[in-house]
Ligand binder design. Structure first.
Ligand SMILES: *Cc1c(COP(=O)(O)O)cnc(C)c1O
Length: 381
């Protein structure tokens, strides 16, 4: 908890990108956070250093056996100038669950949140301010032992990089078209589906390319055993408005427990909308669609927040949802969540945490010295 975070000044800062053409994940800030793990000392040498290439042994575990976990979250600039993080405690809890599954030593979640806040404070001028824009935060951990053997690494690096991003799907919330994948699967129960780990994505690439070749934006995964039940979309969880209820697949071990998913469920319940976390067969969904009972479909995830689905293709059938447009519930959820995230809506659930800027920004970014830890911000449960 008390370990210091040292700051190593960059010789030169980069030019900021044009905020009208950020896209997603194209640009990286001047600094990154790095911390090392060795079995004897544990996590140590927390430091903010100039962003740049890593030097790793070609035999490093990460290159051969994929021992990696990651997270994705965002910092938002509020209209009043405050910098806000959205439920970072949930991300750190999930990071540690992922670590457990990948046999990676856990981190002190509160300390890593403090490190994220420190890094974001240093890079505050990189947070874009237009609607839908934010500073994407990508913490990740890699196994670094130089050893060709299937064995958990004994050394690791935790690295946090930052990327100014625009709205995930361009300027407006545009409905996406989705291809229900019935050949490849993403994950099975007992595997690593619930963990945020790179291997899940490596296994998804071929199906994503196939969907694109067929003219669809994203893949909807079915369960790995029977290929009958809906799991999730690419990098999002999925929701269906059926009649007056909202359905989403239950967390069964092969689905990633999204922070946005959890927030959506809580908001819906608060609004009195019945939410069912259940097993959902794709057959039943198409039946509901035939009976005009499938009102809306949308994905949820940090990157896009809410992503309405306009078309669903399964085998040789295509259904058009909400007339191919954004439904009212998806719109309300998008506006509420982004309103909370950017401080425009009063944060009654206590989901945001402020990144405090200590003294003038000059002091933080120009002094090559130890950064003293700040008092703890209460962590929302
Ligand atoms: C990160 C991720 C999500 C969304 O999680 P959020 O915490 O809402 O960003 C959904 N599915 C997969 C596979 C993911 O990696």
């Amino acid at each position: 908890m008390g370990q210091p975070i040292t700051f190593h000044k960059a010789d030169q800062l980069k030019a900021k990108p044009d905020s009208d053409h950020l896209g997603f994940g194209n640009f990286f800030t001047d600094y990154m956070f790095v911390m090392d793990y060795t079995a004897d000392v544990g996590w140590h040498d927390a430091r903010i250093v100039p962003y740049g290439p890593l030097e790793l042994d070609p035999a490093a575990a990460i290159f051969h056996y994929g021992q990696e976990v990651f997270e994705g979250m965002k910092a938002y600039k509020a209209k009043d100038g405050r910098i806000l993080l959205f439920r970072p405690d949930m991300n750190l809890k999930r990071l540690n669950h992922s670590c457990e599954r990948l046999d990676i030593p856990k981190v002190d979640g509160d300390f890593v949140i403090k490190a994220i806040k420190k890094l974001v404070a240093v890079e505050k001028d990189w947070i874009p301010e237009k609607p839908g824009q934010s500073l994407y935060i990508r913490p990740f951990i890699i196994g670094t032992d130089a050893f060709l053997g299937v064995h958990p690494s004994t050394t690791y690096k935790l690295i946090i990089i930052l990327s100014p991003v625009g709205a995930y799907f361009g300027d407006s919330v545009k409905p996406v078209s989705i291809y229900v994948e019935d050949e490849y699967v993403r994950a099975v129960r007992g595997g690593v589906g619930f963990a945020k780990t790179s291997g899940n994505y490596a296994a998804s690439l071929r199906a994503q390319s196939k969907a694109e070749e067929l003219g669809f934006d994203q893949v909807l995964w079915l369960d790995g055993v029977e290929h009958k039940y809906v799991e999730e979309v690419g990098s999002m969880n999925i929701f269906f408005k059926v009649g007056d209820e909202v359905w989403t697949p239950e967390l069964n071990g092969s689905i990633l427990p999204g922070v946005t998913r959890d927030s959506v469920i809580r908001l819906l319940k608060h609004w009195g909308v019945p939410v069912k976390e259940r097993r959902i067969s794709v057959k039943k969904l198409f039946k509901k669609a035939e009976k005009q009972e499938l009102k809306e479909v949308f994905g949820t995830g940090t990157a896009a927040v809410i992503s309405p689905v306009g078309f669903l293709k399964w085998e040789d059938r295509v259904i058009k949802v909400a007339n191919g447009e954004t439904g009212p519930l998806a719109k309300k959820l998008y506006e509420t969540l982004t309103g909370l995230q950017t401080g425009e809506i009063k944060d009654k659930p206590g989901w945001t945490q402020e990144v405090k800027l200590k003294g003038s920004s000059k002091k933080v970014s120009e002094k090559a010295s130890e950064v003293t830890p700040e008092p703890e911000t209460p962590v929302a449960e």
